[in-house]
Design a protein around this ligand. Structure first.
Ligand SMILES: Nc1ncnc2c1ncn2[C@@H]1O[C@H](COP(=O)(O)OP(=O)(O)OP(=O)(O)O)[C@@H](O)[C@H]1O
Ligand SMILES: [Mg+2]
Length: 490
């Protein structure tokens, strides 16, 4: 590894001598000597260098290439370094280990060897600066053979950027974002999104659902995550939409957390009711980052998007339009939030910005949604979260009670075949009550009682419904008789 650095001492001496000589040489000869010097230099020292400074600009902000190089060297080259350093960066929840100051390592890219040297220089002057970068300069020096210059410039630096970004993402503390009302965006320290650390523990292992369905979803997610080149090839934005539907308590929100934990993505929980216009929606979208899941929960309640309500609204709009005076303009669509605005957000030109994204809508009433919103291509996969099946119960029993079989499983199997009970209710029934010191059998008996109670409640409700139906059909028959009698009288 000493090759490029060993030569540099001799070259330094040569440069000093040359500079001294140049001061005493007539001007026309200087050009000639400089050309000669360059030729000699390229023979003696055939290496080029790229310097990547830690700070740049007037405010000395951290340069992204430096940060990504730091993360890249930490993930790819630490095994070859003797001096390491570890720190917890901003937005990270784990220590980042990278090569120490003034340490050298080598890296190999497409069969080409390059040298990295991490340098730290402290200024000898007595300037006291607000920005630490003025007193201390840190940079990486990347050295490579001249003949590999194109490879380094065109490919290697880009490779550092991509790999470093991926390493930073892996190391970061994931976040759960929610959008602020637009009235707060321009306040002091105002921003479009607020966030907290994302710490939901749900995983696909703890998610109770049909194993085959679960495997299909995981498969779909993996294909998506690894599909960068494929999406590029087929000319599609790298994004995927999932519609989760089912009754309350069947695990839609839990599924979102499991997906986020599986992919290690951030979650943007978009509260549509706080968005007033299409323009606001676009801004909100632009402010999201790649490797994220954008969630709109209960989409049917968030926006006037159902066909029926839309038709009603159209009638109302037509009435209002008629009332407009000549010359008075109709309000621009961008001044309100519309279905077309939302569709544009899902698959318009903006949707391709900023890297891979997953979009998830949840609803308890998929039949209420406009077809345009959930058609294939917008919502690529529709996932039904159903009432608890026996397979789903087994996952919950394993999680909550750490049992895979029990003599009471048979009764539960039969009951779950005839009673519609949500995984949330089953989970609640299985919860060990510490105060009661419940054992597995007691918990399962408790669950059986809950399912039986649910069955009775369902039967009662069905009877009530039948009664009401019978009542209303008798009333209808009576009304019909009255109408007939009225007709005869007339
Ligand atoms: N399929 C499931 N697997 C594991 N736990 C579940 C499942 N479904 C529900 N639960 C449990 O029930 C609780 C409520 O579930 P969750 O919030 O995911 O339901 P939801 O379908 O989003 O309901 P809603 O439609 O009311 O938003 C969860 O915290 C979890 O403990
Ligand atoms: Mg939910």
């Amino acid at each position: 590894m000493t090759e490029p650095w060993a030569a540099s001492g001799a070259i330094g001496t040569f440069i000093i001598l040359l500079t001294m000589a140049i001061n005493h040489i007539p001007f026309p000869l200087v050009d000639l000597l400089t050309t000669f010097y360059r030729k000699v230099l390229s023979v003696v020292y055939p290496y080029d260098q790229v310097t990547i400074n830690e700070n740049r600009g007037e405010n000395m902000q951290r340069d992204e290439l430096y940060t990504t190089a730091e993360a890249y060297l930490g993930s790819a080259c630490t095994s070859r370094a003797r001096k390491l350093k570890a720190e917890v960066g901003t937005g990270s929840d784990r220590p980042l280990v990278t090569i120490g100051d003034n340490e050298e390592v080598t890296d190999t890219f497409k069969g080409t060897k390059v040298w990295w040297f991490s340098r730290k220089q402290t200024s000898n002057t007595n300037i006291i600066s607000f920005y630490p970068g003025y007193e201390e300069r840190k940079y990486y020096c990347l050295t490579f053979h001249k003949c590999h210059r194109q490879l380094v410039e065109r490919e290697y630096l880009n490779h550092i950027l991509q790999e470093g970004r991926a390493a930073i993402l892996q190391n970061r503390q994931r976040k759960l974002f929610t959008n602020n009302p637009s009235s707060n965006w321009y306040n002091y320290r105002g921003s479009v999104w607020s966030h907290v650390a994302f710490e939901h523990p749900a995983t696909f292992d703890t998610l109770a659902m049909d194993p085959e369905k679960k495997a299909a979803i995981i498969d779909d997610l993996v294909t998506f995550r690894e599909g960068k080149e494929y999406y590029q090839k087929i000319g599609k934005a790298w994004k995927r939409g999932y519609l989760l539907y089912g009754p309350p308590g069947t695990g839609k929100s839990t599924m979102i957390s499991a997906i986020a934990n599986f992919l290690e993505y951030d979650v943007y929980d978009l509260e549509l009711t706080a968005v007033k216009t299409n323009t606001e929606l676009r801004k909100i979208f632009i402010e999201t980052t790649g490797k994220s899941i954008i969630v709109i929960e209960d989409i049917d309640c968030s926006l006037d998007l159902t066909n029926k309500r839309k038709e009603k609204k159209k009638e109302k709009d037509d009435e209002e339009k008629e009332k407009l005076l000549p010359g008075q303009e109709e309000k621009d669509d961008n001044s309100k939030l519309t279905l077309s605005g939302l569709l544009n957000f899902i698959d318009g030109l903006w949707s391709a910005c900023g890297g891979e994204r997953i979009l998830i809508f949840t609803t308890n009433h998929p039949e209420k949604l406009d077809e345009a919103l959930i058609r294939r291509g917008r919502m690529d996969m529709r996932i039904e979260m159903s009432y608890c099946t026996f397979e789903a119960f087994k996952v919950l029993a394993k999680n909550y009670l750490e049992v895979e079989r029990h003599e009471l499983f048979g009764i539960i199997h039969t009951l779950l075949g005839i009673v519609n009970i949500t995984p949330a209710d089953v989970a609640e029934g299985l919860l060990r009550k510490k105060s009661r010191n419940n054992d597995v059998g007691a918990c399962l008996e408790n669950l059986i009682r809950e399912i039986e109670a649910k069955r009775e409640a369902d039967e009662e409700a069905a009877k009530e419904k039948d009664k009401l139906k019978a009542g209303s059909s008798t009333q209808n028959a009576l009304d019909l008789e009255d109408d007939k009698a009225d007709g005869i009288k007339e």
